[in-house]
Every structure is written in C-alpha cells, then in structure tokens.
Design a protein around this ligand. Structure first.
Ligand code: GDP
Ligand code: MG
Length: 240
C-alpha cells in the first residue's frame, strides 16, 4: 500500500505509576507482542504507529511516548507533556497504590498542559482476576469524577488494547480543526503559559518585522533614486 507523504501527527503520552503496564501496552499495540519480563523504562522513549485512519485527507500518525512512572524521572517525563494531544493514564487493577496515584497524574496533566488534551483512564491487567483489588465500578466512578472515559484492558490477553487507543484517537480527531479553518486573527496569538508557542510566536513576529524593514529600505531606495535622477536632469538642463 502506498504511504502518503504527509500525515497528521498526534502526540500521545502514556502516564501512570511504574509497573502499570505502559511499556508492555505499547509493545502489544505497536508490535503485537507480550513479555512478562519487567524492564523499567529509563526516562522516556517513543514509538510511531501509522493508522489506517484519516483526518481531513491526511493519514493519522501516532507518536506514542512511553514514560517512566518513578518520581525520580518526573522532571524529565513532565517536560514532554507540552504539545501532547492525548494521554493514556494507566493504573494496575491489582495495585491500590497505582489507583490512588491517578488523581496525582491527572493534576499534573492539567497543570502542565494548556491545549486541553484528551485523556482516557485505563485499568490494566484485567486477566489477573484473583489478585485484582480495584473493581470495575471503582474505576468507572473515578473516571466519571474526572470527566474522562474508562477502559479495562489486559495487555497479556490483548483485551480492549486497540479499542482504548482508537477511542482516544476519535476524541482527538473531534477536537482537531482543519488547518485552514484557524482564524487569521488568532494565528499569531500564543496560548497562555506555553513557552514553545511563545518561541514560535516570537519567530513569526521577527519575520514580520524583517519583511516590514525590507519594504521600508526598498521605498527609501526608490525615493533616493528618483531624487538623483531629477537632480541629474536639472543639472543637464541648467548647465547645457
Ligand atoms: P510500566 O512500568 O508501566 O511500563 O510497566 P510494564 O509494561 O513494564 O509492565 C510491568 C509488568 O506487568 C511486566 O512484568 C508485564 O509483563 C506485566 N503486565 C503488563 N500488562 C499486563 C497484563 O495485562 N496482564 C498481566 N498479567 N501482566 C501484565
Ligand atoms: Mg515502562
């Protein structure tokens, strides 16, 4: 199948406590594999998945960022929040602690982003029915109180993995406007608290200033040229 040259890239971050299953989820989703080995994620890592879905005739490309859940990596992890269109907030259905951390992660997301990203809550390891400590109702209640959708997945059994990501993509798509639909008056206005957008804004304003300066130089040059031509004509006429 021909790959289109351009695609719409959606940055999606996987967050949640360590051992919730984020890395394994990504391996299942992107490479259809599962490992029972736990290899702690160091800092941050990402995978790209090209979907068979389009938005405004552009193929959707997912940039899926796997983050480390440990406190010691929090500064690195949260630095990547900016510009994310979606978050998969994951907890382990067999761990009370990881469930209790969900609100902390949600607060971090709302504090560190300004573009109103879409978030879904995922309770993982639903295959471990014996050791499960969080009920479906508890998960649903928490998601409802946070105003987000809830999924229970088993990366091991490949249950609801693709469905969860598909739903997140649908939510992101519904909040994505056509590039040409952005009103010209808001094009140069950066959202509040966004240093990356501010840099972009500064660059665009500098470009505008440069363009205006070039125009002024051109006009001044034209005036000098016309003035000189008139002076030459006057001298030629006067001293002939
Ligand atoms: P992360 O720290 O959130 O990235 O967690 P990992 O993806 O490294 O997973 C932690 C452990 O949980 C690993 O040993 C995985 O094999 C295991 N695991 C992940 N998902 C599942 C699942 O759905 N069911 C079961 N039984 N184990 C899982
Ligand atoms: Mg990991």
């Amino acid at each position: 199948m021909d790959e289109p040259k351009f695609g719409r890239v959606f940055k999606v971050l996987f967050v949640g406590d360590s051992k919730a299953g984020k890395t394994t989820f990504l391996m299942r989703y992107c490479d259809s594999t599962f490992t029972s080995r736990f290899v702690p994620t160091v800092g941050i890592d990402f995978k790209v998945k090209i979907l068979d879905r389009y938005i405004y005739d552009e193929k959707i490309k997912l940039q899926l960022w796997d983050t480390a859940g440990q406190e010691c990596y929090l500064r690195i992890t949260t630095a990547y929040f900016l510009g994310a269109k979606g978050f998969v907030l994951m907890f382990d259905l067999t761990s009370q602690d990881s469930f209790q951390s969900v609100r902390k992660w949600m607060t971090l997301i709302s504090d560190l982003t300004s573009n109103n990203p879409k978030v879904i809550l995922v309770g993982n390891k639903s295959d471990l029915t014996e050791s499960r400590v969080i009920t479906k109702e508890q998960g649903m209640d928490l998601a409802q109180s946070l105003g987000i959708e809830y999924f229970e997945t088993s990366v091991k059994d490949d249950t609801k993995v693709t469905e969860a990501v598909d739903k997140l993509v649908t939510l992101i798509c519904s909040a994505t406007t056509k590039p040409t639909e952005v009103p010209i008056t808001t094009m140069f206005r950066p959202p509040e608290n966004s240093s990356m957008q501010l840099l972009d804004y500064d660059r665009q304003m500098a470009e505008l200033r440069n363009r205006r300066k070039s125009k002024e130089i051109f006009h001044q040059g034209t005036i000098v040229f016309v003035g000189c031509a008139c002076a030459i004509l006057f001298c030629a006429y006067y001293f002939k």
